[in-house]
Design a protein around this ligand. Sequence first.
Ligand code: IVH
Length: 668
Amino acid sequence: MGIKEKIEALRNQLHEHNRRYYIEDAPVISDFEFDMLLKELESLEAAHPEYADPNSPSVRVGGGITKSFNTVQHRYSMLSLSNSYSLEEIQEWITRVQKSAPEATFVCELKYDGVAIGIRYENGVLVQAVTRGDGTQGDDITANVRTIRSIPLKLNGEFPEDFEIRGEIVMPHAAFNSLNGKRTAAGLPSFANPRNCASGTLKLQDSSEVASRGLDAYLYYVLPEGVVSPSHAGAIRAAGVMGFKVPLEKNRFIEECDSIDQIMDFIGHWDTARKDLPFDIDGIVIKVDSYAAQQELGFTAKSPRWATAYKFKAERVSTVLNEVTYQVGRTGAITPVANLEPVWLGGTTVKRASLHNSDQIELLNLYLGDSVFVEKGGEIIPKVVGVDLDKRAEDAAEVIFIEECPECATSLVRKEGEAQHYCPNTDSCPPQVSGRIEHYISRKAMDIAGMGSETVQLFVKKGLIKHPGDLYSLTFDELIELEGFKEKSVHNILDGILQSKEVPFERVLFGLGIRHVGATVAKKLAKHFGSMFALAEATIEDITAVDSMGEVIAREVHGYFRSEKNATVLDALVDAGVQMEMIQTEESITESPITGAKIVVSGVFERFSRTELKDTIEKYGGQNVGSISGKTNYVVAGEGMGPSKLKKAESLGVPILSEQDFIELLGL
Ligand code: IVH
């Protein structure tokens, strides 16, 4: 078998395993075997860029950067649906339809709460994916959509030569919670609900980040109508055979109904069962099944007459606002919290709800003792959505956002353009001090067993520790004197601290709690720079040159190492013998003409994504740097490289390589 055939065969195998895993939920090989096949394909593709294919299963990991999304005209406009919160109105709609099209039967489906997408396939291959936009034109987000594993890149069996399929991209709860957890740990704002999160993710410029976030998709509309079947239910079944993830009758995500009773039963079922779904839905869509009947009914200006949506009321209860308290995070961010009279909502008792920031409090026009409405935002985090003004007591006091830190009385600050207030007393505000140490000892960082938040807070209060570096000078005699501390627990704590000296550098870096540096970013930085010392010396440009690091991260990291207080912490950690550099592993670096060379990559490329190009440079022993200087050995210039950069390279006499020159230089 030639290389080309081998690549083709691997791609076909992987497409099929993807389908079995993501669509049928019935894999026939292990994850490990799948990864091995994928690795084999990736290495063949890297060695033979001439056989590149945008629909290769390897694109699922992303990598391409889209600077800005092109606007694309929809072939068929993307309309919305009429909707109602009232079952009576839904029944009236059904009766109306039955009157104008007596032969009509219906299909009920879930109304997925995500981001609408239209995907075009030509000759069974995905060619373009466009957001709804204003209904007539949307954004081309093809590169990002290709990373969603439940969307087939190549179709099976029979399919129309050129057609579009529409559906909804959703962020499952598990992926949403895990992402928000990571963001909170990195000091980043969390997404309010899975829909915002899906929509924000699809607008990311870096498709490898999209790939890592676990989006899913359900497809529910084949266009043009009638190309695959005379009925909607038939079209959905046919799309399932082609390899799309479509709603299945088996789990009642879709049901053919011919009476009001059946439709009401479907709605009733999901009104409760939706709470157990792994993603959000916000209603039920009812459609006329046959396309002939749909045509008879036609459209209004905004929506089809052959479909409507019953919307579930967001679960909302009313309760009393007792008090507003303020939490101080480890970064000093102040979060106002509504303390409520306990109330039962969506399966749990709610006592507290986030008020986000001072703007939100002003917007709600909140008074103490108010009767407030509480909803589960995106079904997960309770939030105060409004006030029942009729019930406000005459002498009620307005909620005024605090001006001083509730923990240390320092005046709060609010940076221009930011919604959050901060306590600037980073050094001695107790929750900030203990918050940083709690982060340092946490499982994903130094994993110091035997110590919890309360222990940290106590040690801070007793003046035993001020920063992570102080942990290493704690003594047995000091701790055994504390109330409630027995020999065994003191030994456990000290052993845990001692063992943390073996924790790898990347986790030490994460443990420092630099804003925006979550576990993944820390790993990338550690791998790239190799040691704390190299990272401390890096310029902002050096940091942004690392795969997917933006300006914001770079500024925080750079700033961290320029603070004297942080230098004290780092010195103490170095003295203690904590890991400050990567342990050299046997990662194979190929000797090549660029070994040891400092290389700047600029512009966009045809065969490589920027990430791939940078990875290739590292693989062949080169070093990626951010800005051109006298020390730069090469510039690899792609399309759109800035004229000033070009001029600088020329004036310094730095050799400029085109993508083709680079490929030839390395004999790729
Ligand atoms: S059919 C002509 N089916 O809800 C309209 N839409 O509020 C055809 N949606 O724009 C749309 N689940 O983004 C349809 N099972 C489903 C749906 C669904 C969610 C979304 C879709 C639509 C919006 C209307």
